[in-house]
Design a protein around this ligand. Structure first.
Ligand SMILES: Nc1ncnc2c1ncn2[C@@H]1O[C@H](COP(=O)(O)OP(=O)(O)OP(=O)(O)O)[C@@H](O)[C@H]1O
Ligand SMILES: [Mg+2]
Length: 490
């Protein structure tokens, strides 16, 4: 997997929200710590267990060696007698017989612990038993264990035979069998169980312990997720306040209490809101001041023009004054268009577009709306949104004969495309046409009354609704206006 595709994979599966990310990091760290601690603990307890098995096996092997030595030292005819006496006394954990043949032991699936016992036994017996006959040490399942000779299975004998020394029922633990040749045709046969069977058991945690461990982990994670949510809540509120302010430029003061980083951000945000509002008020005052100041000299000039004798000059003056007046008017228009004082409300863009298309069609314009039938609801200013869409659809009709409007909403985002059949824009003009009063030759000839303010107004209105607007020449001809707006899901 390349670095790029790995980061794409991460991006895709990483939660988008801050609490989600915190939670993911926390869970990953807890799991990693658990794996490491578990590993260390297991290694340590394995080592301790192995050592304990070695000690027990060594102890047993030394006692077996002593027994073998003692038997070897007895005259052959006494060996059976001594054995029978021992068995009659009971109380031993060894099942000992003297056999005439070597008894075959079925192969057994040894664990690592079994292997340790076998190794220690072999080594100790080899070191301590002076008889140099054959020694065989193996584990056997009690089910297949043979005693006395190769034809007698332990399980076929009455319980009293093996049960006393081997306790094979009901646990069916593996039996350790040692066979040593102590004379011609004489095999000393010892079978026993390991004294502490739990030592040989490799199981780590019991099932109920595992379940309670998991339950505790889940409870802790749940508590941690509540705490994370509590800690990140102020950031969520801050983000919502920023969105609301971006939409209607009405300051939404946020609480400044919280951790140091949040406190700094919230204070800066509140400060920024105040500054922007201040700036907006100044701008409004400046605009109305300028337009008022300009209107008075224009009116005065118009009166003076009337006093001119020369008709041609008077006409030229009048034309310039008309132009000047139109510019002042449109400057005022843009101010009132972009500063529409409306309360935001839920607007279905589908209904709005259908309505605009119907009005346009009723005056003979070719406007068609194609939707995926979702209502495409935004939280915005209805009049401002209408003006914005009417401007763009009006352009398409004026400069491109027709407007085909496509509306779809995907993953909380509303996508509107307005396509026409006109010449589109010359290369490099996609941003130029957003400049105030900028008009192309084709625009001037198609619509002599235009001001060159429609696009800039539309873009401003889309921006204050939290969206963006872009132009591009459609590959199959004509201009395509692309608008994206955040959908209101509540
Ligand atoms: N769909 C279009 N196809 C081709 N050119 C366009 C299109 N839309 C806009 N233009 C060009 O961009 C210029 C600016 O458009 P804009 O809407 O800002 O102003 P306008 O239409 O000229 O005047 P008004 O202020 O009345 O809207 C237009 O004059 C025109 O040359
Ligand atoms: Mg226009």
């Amino acid at each position: 997997m390349s670095v790029n595709s790995f980061s794409r994979f991460l991006h895709r599966f990483t939660p988008r929200s801050l609490p989600g990310r915190f939670f993911l990091v926390m869970v990953a760290l807890i799991l990693a710590t658990q794996v490491i601690v578990n590993n260390l603990w297991e290694t340590q307890s394995r080592n301790d267990q192995d050592q304990a098995i070695r000690d027990v096996a060594m102890n047993m092997a030394l006692r077996v060696s002593a027994t073998v030595e003692y038997f070897s030292s007895l005259p052959t005819r006494y060996r059976h007698v001594i054995l029978n006496q021992l068995r009659d006394m009971g109380g031993t954990r060894y099942f000992v017989t003297l056999n005439r043949e070597f008894i075959h032991i079925e192969p057994f699936q040894n664990t690592a612990s079994h292997q340790i016992v076998l190794d220690v036994f072999r080594q100790t017996l080899e070191d301590n038993v002076t008889t140099h006959g054959k020694i065989q040490i193996a584990f056997s399942s009690p089910e297949t264990l043979r005693v006395f000779n190769n034809d007698t299975l332990l399980k076929d004998l009455p319980d009293s035979w093996g049960q006393e020394s081997l306790m094979v029922k009901p646990l069916a633990l593996p039996v350790l069998v040692i066979q040593i040749a102590v004379g011609e045709g004489e095999w000393l046969y010892l079978a026993t169980l390991m004294p502490d069977s739990s030592l040989m058991n490799n199981e780590q945690l019991s099932e109920p312990l595992k379940a309670s461990y998991m339950a505790w982990m889940l409870i802790l994670m749940f508590i941690a997720s509540l705490l994370i949510q509590k800690m990140t809540r102020p950031f969520k509120k801050l983000s919502m306040a920023a969105q609301t302010f971006g939409r209607n430029l009405e300051p939404v003061p946020v609480s400044e209490a919280g951790c140091r980083e949040y406190e700094t951000t919230a204070r800066a945000f509140n400060h920024m809101q105040k500054n922007i509002q201040h700036y907006m008020n100044d701008r409004k005052q400046l605009f109305s001041g300028i337009s008022h100041d300009l209107k008075t000299p224009i009116t005065r000039l118009r009166l003076r023009t009337e006093l001119l004798d020369n008709d041609e000059e008077r006409d030229a003056f009048n034309q310039d004054l008309n132009h000047l007046e139109m510019m002042v008017k449109s400057a005022l228009q843009i101010l009132s268009d972009t500063d529409i004082h409306e309360n935001p409300e839920k607007i279905s863009l589908k209904n709005l577009l259908d309505d605009i298309a119907q009005s346009a069609c009723s005056v003979g314009q070719q406007v068609q709306v194609f939707t995926d039938n979702s209502p495409a609801v935004i939280n915005g200013k209805p009049l401002a949104m209408r003006r914005c869409l009417e401007n763009l659809i009006g352009n398409a009709v004026q400069y491109g004969q027709q407007a085909h409007v496509y509306l779809i909403s995907v993953k909380g985002c509303i996508d509107i495309r307005i396509r026409d059949k006109g010449p589109g824009l010359p290369e490099g003009m996609e941003e130029e046409v957003f400049k105030p009063y900028f008009r192309l030759e084709h625009g001037k000839s198609c619509n002599p009354d235009g001001n060159g303010l429609g696009l800039i107004t539309a873009r401003h209105l889309v921006n204050i609704h939290g969206g963006y607007l872009k132009l591009r020449n459609y590959p199959e001809g004509g201009l395509e206006v692309a608008l994206e707006l955040p959908e209101d899901k509540h």
